[in-house]
Design a protein around this ligand. Structure first.
Ligand code: CA
Ligand code: CA
Length: 252
């Protein structure tokens, strides 16, 4: 699972190298146009195109059968199977958008203790709301004036990810109804954003649904990969994509 939300800089570099033409939202009103601020204003299809480019540029199979703002389901024989058949994702993809189940586990599950928490700060109590930083039991939410840099978006989850609670919403790969049987149906958003209160970073909150051709200035995304690369810095100057590896609670 990507340690951080995808930054604006990652999209800009991918646009430059790969000619992707992904438009970023103008975040000047919220002080959010810095290179290390999260990429927002990106549709699900654009996020999927970015993921496909990550795959192709590293010699891997594209995850998504995309044609512009259209997604064709893979046939069952080509579809991802672990954890349940996923007709959006190709079985040989290396990079992909996290499914809601994958995203949820990285946010709320503590593999060391084998327990789920209510918040991605490894706690059943809401984190302290901060504008930025990496302090214990903090997250960027609740009346902040804008998003923080992706590397300064609160405490890491037990899994080792940052900003799953708050900072910006994140696209789920999964259909909002959790049955991936149409390429054009709404996808989920999770985790809340810099302005919403503490029930949004919580595990029970499924956030919102967005049509895949749409985008929001408060919604970004992160990338997942399998197998989890250790300290992956392989991608075309996208070293800060970063990937979390399993961490035991006791190491925190
Ligand atoms: Ca987030
Ligand atoms: Ca469906």
């Amino acid at each position: 699972m990507g340690t951080y939300e995808v930054s604006r800089d990652m999209i800009t570099k991918a646009n430059t190298v790969g000619g992707l033409g992904i438009g970023l939202g103008d975040m000047s009103r919220w002080g959010g146009n810095g290179v290390d601020r999260p990429a927002t204003g990106v549709s699900w299809y654009e996020a999927a195109a970015f993921v496909n480019w990550l795959n192709v540029s590293t010699g891997h199979q594209p995850a998504y059968n995309l044609s512009g703002a259209s997604l064709t389901l893979w046939p069952s024989a080509d579809a991802w199977q672990p954890g349940g058949e996923n007709l959006y994702r190709h079985k040989d993809a290396y990079y992909f958008l996290p499914s809601e189940n994958e995203w949820y586990k990285a946010a709320y599950y503590d593999g060391g203790l084998g327990v789920y928490y209510d918040f991605p700060t490894g706690s059943d109590s809401a984190p302290t709301a901060v504008a930025s930083g990496t302090g214990a039991e903090t997250a960027v939410f609740d009346n902040q004036s804008g998003p923080a840099d992706i590397t300064s978006a609160g405490e890491l989850s037990p899994y080792g990810t940052m900003g799953q609670g708050g900072n910006v919403w994140e696209w789920m790969e999964s259909a909002f109804d959790l049955i991936t049987d149409s390429g054009s149906e709404a996808r989920g958003w999770r985790g809340g954003w810099w302005y919403f209160p503490s029930d949004y970073p919580g595990s029970s909150n499924r956030g919102a649904a967005g049509e895949p051709e749409n985008w929001g200035l408060t919604c970004g995304f992160r990338v997942a990969a399998v197998p989890e690369p250790m300290g992956s810095g392989v991608v075309m100057g996208l070293a800060t994509l970063g990937f979390a590896v399993w961490r035991r609670r006791s190491s925190r």
